[in-house]
Design a protein around this ligand. Structure first.
Ligand code: COA
Length: 418
């Protein structure tokens, strides 16, 4: 590896908090950008103190979303704080924020003002809803976005309430979308010499992942039924896409099935997919070769009316196998499947450690903790994940880089500007 970090030289003012924005800027920091997290003096990002498990140390919620960054404390509502921010804007490439709608404008940093200060600046925002949306004024957190983006209404059991996912579809997912937008704007700037505004709403980012459900709504409108849902053919459809339990959204019949030990282990399950083209190996793996040619079984449509009988048969086959044993057998037949892994299993997984997807980091106050490393792998870059900064750890350093003298820095500390 060359050791070259592709985003080296890109300076990012990280005006983000909680999860959506920090996930975006953390990704940029991993890939080499100089990310300066601007935080309110005294308190900083609210996640520093949220759900702490060591009383005096920054919470894992903060440290797992802010690695590889520098922290500058700055009260941007004071005159002097605004001056510091102006200087920073003049020499940065990107400003990322996820404040409530209008907060940056109220602070005096409208898009027009930022452009005056630095026409090359890219200003990237996460908001709950997009500009002009009838809910654009709303403050939004994760589950609000999952409900607004179509995920909740299509997740869960058909006879239960809408259900939100444990995955951060509204938060980290929006941050990832925004990162793509920022990198696109950086490339665009190479052609035009100008910055631009980039924004991604949490509703839109969730919706982007719910594409197949919008597909299903249109099919349902036309046909009145959805042949790959568990409701077909025995149940009833209304005029909205129903919740499909553990059925595969892409249209491949699949289900979470019990394995040996499920009575006591809440994760003794595998996900088993009955992919159309894998039917023959599935039958061979299950010891049911007679199903291969049987017209009652040999097409997805023929199987659908007895899909739960087939799953019950597979569960019976699984009853004496652990989830790992089952997957080891099924993988030999090229059957798409996975053990349902608990977070404890994931944390200890040697493959995830080896690939850098789970990383152990050493923090000055907290000590060692695990975090999720880059899910994106490169042939010529191995992001090195470092600990999240303490509140204001780099304040003096950043101010000195901006040309402030030690006396000026001291007076800013005394005036609680930083
Ligand atoms: N110095 C001075 N003031 C600062 C500051 C600093 N360094 N950093 C933030 N502030 C101020 C803001 O200017 C704002 O002031 P104002 O309300 O007087 O204009 C204030 O702090 C609070 O910001 P706000 O974003 O409203 O925080 P909140 O805790 O009330 O709301 C959210 C939190 C997440 C709900 C809201 O920020 C939001 O909806 N963001 C957009 C969507 C989003 O990202 N959601 C979270 C996903 S994890």
């Amino acid at each position: 590896m060359s050791g070259i970090k592709p985003l080296k030289g890109i300076k990012v003012i990280d005006f983000t908090h909680v999860q959506a924005g920090p996930a975006c800027t953390q990704l940029m920091a991993w890939f080499g950008a100089d990310v300066i997290k601007v935080e309110r003096p005294g308190s900083g990002d609210v996640t520093r103190t949220q759900l702490r498990d060591i009383p005096e140390a920054d919470a894992l919620y903060f440290t797992m979303l802010n690695s590889n960054k520098r922290s500058l404390t700055l009260d941007t509502k004071t005159q002097q704080g605004k001056e510091v921010l102006e200087k920073l804007i003049k020499e940065s490439d990107v400003l990322v924020e996820n404040f409530a709608p209008g907060a940056l404008d109220r602070m005096g940093f409208t898009w027009e003002r930022i452009q005056e200060l630095n026409p090359k600046m890219i200003v990237a925002s996460v908001k709950g809803f997009s500009d002009g949306h009838h809910y654009e004024d709303l403050k939004v957190y994760e589950n609000v976005a999952q409900c607004a983006g179509g995920a909740a209404s299509t997740t869960g059991w058909w006879d239960g309430p809408p259900t939100v996912s444990g995955a951060a579809l509204g938060d980290s997912n929006t941050g990832m979308h925004l990162a793509i937008g920022i990198l696109t704007a950086i490339i665009g700037r190479q052609q035009t010499g100008k910055g631009q505004r980039v924004s991604c709403s949490m509703q839109d980012a969730v919706l982007n992942l719910c594409r197949v459900k919008l597909r299903d709504q249109q099919r349902l409108d036309r046909l009145g039924f959805l042949e790959e849902y568990p409701q077909y053919p025995h149940g009833k459809f209304s005029d909205v896409v129903p919740r499909g339990g553990n059925a595969g959204g892409g249209g491949q019949p699949g289900w979470v099935l019990k394995c040996k030990g499920w009575e006591t282990d809440p994760n003794a399950y595998i996900y088993f997919t009955i992919q159309g083209h894998a039917w023959e190996p599935i039958c061979r793996a299950l010891g049911k070769p007679e199903w291969i040619e049987d017209p009652a079984y040999n097409t997805p449509r023929a199987r659908q009316d007895k899909i739960f009988d087939i799953f019950a048969f597979i569960e019976n086959w699984l009853s004496e196998k652990t989830k790992y044993e089952a997957v080891d057998i099924l993988r030999k037949f090229d059957i798409p499947c996975s053990p349902v892994l608990s977070m404890k299993e994931i944390a200890a997984d040697p493959s995830l450690r080896a690939s850098g997807s789970i990383v152990e980091v050493d923090h000055k106050v907290y000590g060692k903790y695990l975090t999720v490393g880059s899910p994106i792998k490169f042939s010529d870059l191995k992001p090195e994940i470092t600990a999240a900064p303490l509140l204001g750890e780099h304040t003096d350093q950043v101010l000195a880089e901006l040309g402030y003298s030690q006396d000026q820095i001291k007076s800013m500390h005394e005036g609680k500007v930083v």
